[in-house]
Design a binder for this molecule. Structure first.
Ligand SMILES: CC(C)(COP(=O)(O)OP(=O)(O)OC[C@H]1O[C@@H](n2cnc3c(N)ncnc32)[C@H](O)[C@@H]1OP(=O)(O)O)[C@@H](O)C(=O)NCCC(=O)NCCS
Length: 183
């Protein structure tokens, strides 16, 4: 990891509807990046008012942002499965840090906050995610929190004539662990 002395302190907080514009801008950069980390298409992204509505915190979903000074530099979201018999599971998605800010600990800080939120939410005991098999930094980051790969979906999506596989990863939350603690 690079030294945090090279950049101003980074803080992570829950995003609110007021962050919709900044969130959309970072999200669109994420969806255009090569090699792709996400299968979603930029043209399918919701408009600003829909994003603002999604950013309103609920018991079942929370978005987090990493900020340097006032600039949003990284994002992640955590959603609980909605069916009454699946509410013990949540889904981590959309982790992205703008390239100039990588390797300073922002990604780890975002995952830490999201897992801490999950661990403190009533009933949630497992967090799942999918990750493109080429995204080695993300895979290593998730593994460092205890996520394990339990399967690989072949050719999940295509981009510019190439097909991309995704690992399915899962973490059983450990009530003994403080996921918000710096490691
Ligand atoms: C994955 C990503 C969010 C990591 O963000 P980051 O701020 O650079 O991550 P951190 O500095 O907090 O590093 C955390 C850990 O990630 C891993 N990691 C980060 N960069 C890495 C690299 N270039 N190679 C290998 N592992 C790396 C390491 O395990 C690192 O822990 P360490 O510093 O203790 O070794 C960032 O690379 C990114 O946005 N990638 C593209 C989007 C993506 O893949 N998202 C995942 C979607 S499921």
């Amino acid at each position: 990891m690079k030294s945090l002395q090279n950049i101003s302190p980074v803080s992570v907080r829950v995003l609110t509807p007021a962050d919709a514009e900044a969130y959309r801008s970072v999200r669109l950069r994420a969806l255009h990046e090569q090699p792709p980390a996400f299968g979603s298409l930029p043209e399918d992204e919701p408009n600003l008012s829909e994003i603002a509505a999604r950013l309103a915190e609920s018991d079942d979903r929370c978005f987090f942002g990493a900020f340097q000074d006032e600039q949003l530099i990284g994002i992640i979201r955590l959603s609980r499965y909605t069916a009454p018999n699946e509410k013990h599971r949540a889904y981590l998605a959309g982790l992205y840090v703008l390239p100039p800010f990588r390797c300073y600990g922002c990604g780890r800080a975002l995952v830490r906050k999201a897992l801490s939120w999950a661990a403190n939410a009533p009933e949630i005991r497992r967090v799942n995610l999918t990750v493109v098999t080429q995204q080695e930094a993300a895979i290593r980051l998730y593994q460092s929190f205890g996520f394990r790969i339990y399967g690989t979906e072949q050719e999940t999506f295509s981009r510019n004539g190439r097909f991309y596989d995704e690992h399915l990863m899962t973490l059983e939350l450990n009530p003994e662990v403080d996921y918000n603690a710096e490691t």
